[in-house]
Design a protein around this ligand. Structure first.
Ligand code: B12
Ligand code: SF4
Length: 426
C-alpha cells in the first residue's frame, strides 16, 4: 500500500426491501461531492463484495453509512477489513450511529461519527481529527449552503430506478430536520436547516439535464410554511418538471395546494398515521382525523394524488381504532379524481406496523419501563433487523397492545392491504 490516502465510501445494500435500487443514498452522495471538493481521493461502493476483498487493497479508509436494519452488514464489513487489511481506518456514520451509539461502541470501529459527516471525515482524512473515537462535528445551515450539491454522476445515478405516476424521477433534499414532536419518530424536534432556493434550483437543472422529468423532494418539512412553499414553488415552477413532496395536514391550506399544483406537484405523501383521533392525540401528531380528510379533499381537488402513510400498533391500538383506520382508508380509496397529468386516478397508501427505534419518545418510555404507552415488547428488539416496510409490504413486529397481540396486528395489516390495495390505480 502506498502513502496515498484513499477513501471508500460504502452505501450498504438493503436485502429486506423489495428493491434497494430505487432511491439513491443522498447522505453518501453529499459526502462524496464534499470529499472530492476537498481534494480527497474518494470512491463510492454501493455493492461491497466480501468475497472479493482484493478489490479494496488500495483504500486506506473505509467509511460505512448505516441505518439500523443494516447494522449486521456494517459489522461484517468491519470484521472482514480488520482481518484482511490490518491497520486501515474504518469509520461508521449515518442514522444508526446517531440513535444506537452505545451499541456501535461495542464494535471495533476507529471512529463513530454522530450526525453530519462532512467536517469529521475531512478531519479524519487530513489526520487532524480529535483523539476521540466518537466525533460530533455539526454543520451549520450557512456551511451546508456552501457545500457542493450531491454527487450525481450519470453512471452512478442510473443504477437507481425511481418513478411516480410513470414519470422517471430522482430525489432532492430541500431541508434537514423537523420541528414537530410525533412520539413514534426519530426526526422529531431536530434542528431545521434549509437549503437556499438557489441550491435547490442548481439541483433541478442538473437533474433535468440528465433527462429526468420528475423530482421527489423527500425532506420531512417541504410544506412547513406558506412562505417557504412560495419561495420553493417560485423556483420549481420555472423548470416544468413534475414533482412529489411530503405534506402535513396541519399546514396544508388551499393556497398552499394551489401553489404546489401550479408549480408541477402531482403527488404528496403525508403521515395520516391512523384513523383514530385517540391515537393521533397520544402520538402528538397535532392533527385531527377531520383535517387529514380535508387534506385529501384539498389535494385531490387540485389534481394532486395523495399517498397516506398509516401505521398499526401505535399506543392504545384496539379493534375499535382499527375499525376507524378502515373507515379512513375507505374514504381515501373511494376517491377518483382527474390528475394534473390528465388521467382519472385514485389515491394510495402504505400500511406498516410501528417499530420502536431508539431515539423515539415511545421507545424511551418503553426502555424506562413506565406504563405511559399501552405497548409491550414480545421479544428483544436487538434480535430483529428492524424495518417497518420490507419485502411485499411485510413489517418486523415486536410489540403488542393490551387489546391486540402481535399476530392480530399482522392479520389486521394484511386484511387492510387486501381490502384496499386493489383500488390503487396502476
Ligand atoms: C430518503 C430516506 C430513505 C430512502 C433512501 C435511503 C438511502 N439509501 O439513503 C429509502 C426509501 C430507501 C429509505 C429506506 C429506509 N429507511 Co429511511 N430515510 C430516508 C430519509 C427521509 C432521508 C435520508 C437522507 O438522505 N437524509 C439526508 C442525508 C444528507 O443525511 P444522512 O443520510 O443522514 O447523511 C448524513 C449523516 O448521517 C452522515 N453520514 C451518513 N453516512 C455516513 C457515513 C460516514 C462514514 C460518515 C462519517 C457520516 C455519514 O453524513 C451525512 C451528510 O451530512 C430519512 C429521514 C431523514 N429526514 O433523514 C429516513 C431514515 C434515515 N430512514 C429510516 C428508516 C427506518 C428506513 C427503513 C428501515 C424503513 C423501512 N423500509 O422499514 C428503510 C431501511 C433502508 C435501509 N437502508 O436500511 C430512519 C432511520 C432509523 C435508523 N435508526 O436507522 C430515518 C431516520 C427515518 C425515521 N425518522 O425513522 N429511507
Ligand atoms: S413523523 Fe413527520 S412530522 Fe412527525 S416528527 Fe417525524 S418527520 Fe416530523
Amino acid at each position: 500500500m502506498s502513502d496515498h490516502q484513499r477513501l471508500l465510501l460504502i452505501a450498504l445494500r438493503d436485502p429486506f426491501l423489495d428493491s434497494d435500487r430505487v432511491m439513491p443514498p443522498i447522505g453518501v452522495m453529499s459526502l462524496q461531492s464534499f470529499m472530492l471538493s476537498q481534494g480527497v481521493d474518494s470512491v463510492i461502493e454501493n455493492d461491497f463484495d466480501l468475497n472479493a476483498l482484493e478489490k479494496y487493497q488500495d483504500f486506506t479508509h473505509f467509511g460505512i453509512s448505516c441505518m439500523t436494519p443494516q447494522r449486521a452488514q456494517a459489522y461484517e464489513i468491519l470484521h472482514a477489513v480488520r482481518a484482511r487489511f490490518p491497520g486501515r481506518t474504518v469509520i461508521l456514520g449515518g442514522p444508526h450511529v446517531k440513535y444506537y451509539l452505545e451499541d456501535c461502541k461495542k464494535e471495533n470501529f476507529d471512529y463513530l461519527v454522530v450526525d453530519d459527516g462532512e467536517w469529521a471525515l475531512k478531519a479524519i482524512m487530513e489526520g487532524t481529527a480529535p483523539a476521540e473515537r466518537v466525533l460530533r462535528m455539526p454543520v451549520s445551515e450557512a456551511q451546508m449552503n456552501e457545500f457542493p450539491i450531491p454527487y450525481r454522476d450519470p453512471a452512478f445515478l442510473s443504477q437507481y430506478n425511481y418513478t411516480f405516476l410513470g414519470i422517471k424521477a430522482t430525489t432532492v433534499l430541500t431541508a434537514k430536520g423537523c420541528p414537530m414532536s410525533c412520539t413514534f419518530c426519530e426526526d422529531a424536534r431536530t434542528t431545521v436547516r434549509s437549503y437556499s432556493p438557489a441550491i435547490v434550483e442548481e439541483q433541478i437543472l442538473q437533474i433535468k439535464g440528465m433527462g429526468y422529468e420528475g423530482i421527489m423532494f423527500f425532506d420531512d418539512i417541504f410544506t412547513i410554511s406558506i412562505k417557504r412553499v412560495r419561495e420553493l414553488t417560485n423556483i420549481i415552477g420555472k423548470h416544468h418538471i413534475h414533482f412529489r413532496c411530503f405534506g402535513h395536514a396541519k399546514r396544508m391550506t388551499d393556497e398552499m395546494c394551489q401553489l404546489l399544483a401550479e408549480a408541477g406537484c402531482v403527488e404528496t405523501g403525508f403521515g395520516a398515521e391512523s384513523g383514530s383521533q385517540k391515537i393521533l392525540d397520544i402520538t402528538r401528531k397535532r392533527t385531527t382525523v377531520e383535517s387529514n380528510m380535508e387534506y385529501v379533499e384539498r389535494c385531490n381537488r387540485h389534481g394532486i394524488k395523495v399517498k397516506a402513510f398509516l401505521m398499526l400498533g401505535l399506543p392504545g391500538e384496539n379493534h375499535q381504532t382499527i375499525t376507524e383506520t378502515r373507515e379512513f382508508l375507505r374514504f381515501l380509496m373511494s376517491k377518483r379524481f382527474k390528475s394534473r397529468l390528465g388521467r382519472e386516478i385514485s389515491n394510495d397508501f402504505d400500511m406498516t406496523i410501528f417499530f420502536p427505534y431508539q431515539g423515539t419518545a415511545i421507545r424511551s418510555g418503553l426502555d424506562r419501563g413506565t406504563n405511559e404507552f399501552d405497548l409491550f415488547f414480545v421479544g428483544d428488539a436487538a434480535d430483529y433487523a428492524g424495518f417497518y416496510k420490507g419485502k411485499g409490504g411485510s413489517s418486523d413486529t415486536i410489540l403488542r397492545t393490551s387489546a391486540l397481540s402481535q399476530q392480530e396486528l399482522i392479520k389486521a395489516q394484511n386484511e387492510l392491504m387486501d381490502e384496499f390495495k386493489k383500488y390503487v390505480s396502476l
